[in-house]
Write a protein that binds this ligand. Structure first.
Ligand code: NAD
Ligand code: UGA
Length: 461
């Protein structure tokens, strides 16, 4: 089947960049990205391409090349479904906040709404591609909805999870380690798989396009995120031991990472992993294991989250205990609020939880992040239940120098490159003394800062 029209439901961090790359690499395919959120679509259509809603290095260039040629952003969901031969579902799948599975299971209400809408609108056969991260066997539910509420047309369901990381989305999409496509082993299923393989093979080596059954594909996505997060929690567990023993976690990470069986990536100890997916996907995995009565499996993976929460709290506690057991009315500057560098995404960022802990000790927090607006900082705190009084203690600044002015301490929460380039002598001069740096990312040159006069504390040494 030769695909010439694609639609993607969900214009978020995955739908937007993924479809922009498909449109760039397949100029003969019309790609329409739709969303219910009118403001988001208007931002994607902003004539000033630097104002698109997602900041990712290289993304605005890709969008400006393809937008209006074969890449379109629209709120007309029905129209886009109707004309497409292939429909990607790329909507959010957050952790449930109500009912059974609350706080653990993935909330599939947005997925179900999409399936029902596709079934209602489709007048000819469609390939439906799960791009969102979903619990294993979700395709079964989607298929049942499509077949039972549709207009008698045929649907093929594929699972094509996305492995891009934020901050490197364009690079990851252009050169993926692998593209994973799960589908039925029937002739119609295989034809649908081929149709999607043909699209990716426009720029991805066929050897890197892996095809599996649907359930393996769905479960591989959750497993990949669980393994990645587990490595961060593992090194963070060791960081605490390093602080007690005089070992240095960076040296330990280097030493173990040179073992080719372990590998060097994802061994950077930190104030804790954030982002919209690691925690959500592990909780989902834990929930699935519990559903099948696999208690040991569930407990094993849950520990990754427990360790991560401990690391965030431990960082906040260390700031309080080092600052003579009181931070009340002290000014603490946060360098970074995003969950990692090169993104404006703050979902589940460790900064939010550290700020909440410090505010409950009545500290004043001065935030500087190169890409995060002050309204976002406040709404993140509100989202996790920090009171208005607490939120009033948190202010954002337009530069790090202003944020650090007269501060008692600096906490590095995000590993933005620009932090390394600052005039640290000047920053020191304008701070309260003794001046502390708590480096939650092991980003700065501790020796240099100590020579300037700072008391420097990093994670794991
Ligand atoms: P997001 O919240 O940024 O975007 C989802 C979009 O879907 C929103 O704009 C929302 O308005 C829209 N939407 C929801 N229901 C809709 C409906 N019925 N019709 C039309 N639009 C609708 O989410 P995201 O970060 O892009 O994540 C999407 C999925 O991809 C999740 O399952 C996530 O786990 C997975 N994923 C995310 C990343 C990442 O880096 N963010 C990476 C890999 C996989
Ligand atoms: C992660 C995965 O890397 C992607 O493959 C996956 O597609 C995505 O989740 C998803 O499903 O959403 P992302 O969360 O965007 O991508 O970013 P990562 O680079 O994985 O970082 C996650 C968190 O772990 C960040 O807070 C980061 O600072 C932290 N981290 C990462 C560490 O603390 N140490 C490390 O060594 C690596």
């Amino acid at each position: 089947m030769n695909i010439t029209k694609i639609c993607c439901i969900g214009a978020g961090y995955v739908g937007g960049p993924t479809m922009a790359i498909i449109a760039q690499k397949c100029p003969d395919i019309k790609v329409t990205v739709v969303d219910l959120n009118e403001e988001r679509i208007a931002q994607w259509n902003n004539p000033d391409v630097t104002k698109i809603p997602i900041y990712e290095p290289g993304l605005s260039e890709v969008v400006s090349e393809a937008r209006g040629r074969n890449l379109f952003f629209s709120t007309d969901v029905d129209g886009a479904i109707d004309e497409a031969q292939m429909i990607f579902i790329s909507v959010n799948t957050p952790t449930k906040t109500y009912g059974s599975g609350k706080g653990m299971a993935a909330d599939l209400k947005y997925i179900e709404l999409c399936a029902r809408q596709i079934a209602r609108v489709a007048k000819d056969d469609k390939i439906v591609v799960e791009k969102s991260t979903l619990p294993v066997r979700t395709a079964e539910a989607i298929k049942s909805i499509l077949d039972n509420t549709g207009n008698g047309v045929q649907f093929q369901i594929l699972s094509n999870p996305e492995f891009l990381a934020e901050g490197t989305a364009v690079e990851d999409l252009l050169k993926p380690d692998r593209v994973l496509i799960g589908g039925d082993t029937t002739p119609a299923g295989e034809a649908a798989i081929d149709a999607l393989v043909n699209i990716y093979s426009k720029w991805v080596d066929r050897n890197n396009i892996l095809t599996t059954n649907v359930w393996s594909s769905e479960l591989s996505k959750l497993t990949a995120n669980a393994f990645l997060a587990q490595r961060v929690s593992s090194i963070n567990a060791i960081s605490e031991l390093c602080e007690k023993t005089g070992a240095d976690v960076n040296e330990v990470a280097r030493a173990i990472g040179m073992d080719s069986r372990i590998g060097s990536k994802f061994l950077k100890s930190s104030v804790g992993f954030g982002g919209s997916c690691f925690q959500k996907d592990i909780l989902n995995l834990v929930y699935i294991a519990k559903t099948f009565g696999l208690r040991e499996v569930a407990d094993y993976w849950e520990q990754v989250i427990i360790m991560n929460d401990h690391q965030k709290r431990r960082f906040a506690n260390k700031i309080v205990s080092t600052l003579y057991n009181t931070v009340a009315d002290k000014k603490i500057c946060f360098l970074g609020w995003a969950f990692k560098k090169d993104t404006n995404d703050t979902r589940e960022s460790a900064a939010i939880y550290v700020a909440s802990d410090l505010v409950s000790e009545q500290a004043n927090i001065a935030v500087y992040d190169p890409k995060v607006e002050s309204e976002q900082v406040i709404s993140d705190l509100e989202y996790i239940g920090v009171s208005e009084k607490g939120r009033d203690r948190v202010k954002s600044y337009g530069s790090a120098y202003e944020a650090c002015d007269s501060a008692h301490a600096i906490a590095v929460l995000t590993e933005w490159d620009e932090f390394k380039e600052y005039d640290w002598t000047l920053i020191y001069k304008n701070m309260q003394k003794p001046a502390f740096v708590f480096d939650g990312r092991n980003l700065l040159d501790g020796k240099k800062l100590t020579e300037i006069g700072f008391i420097y504390k990093s994670i794991g040494s």
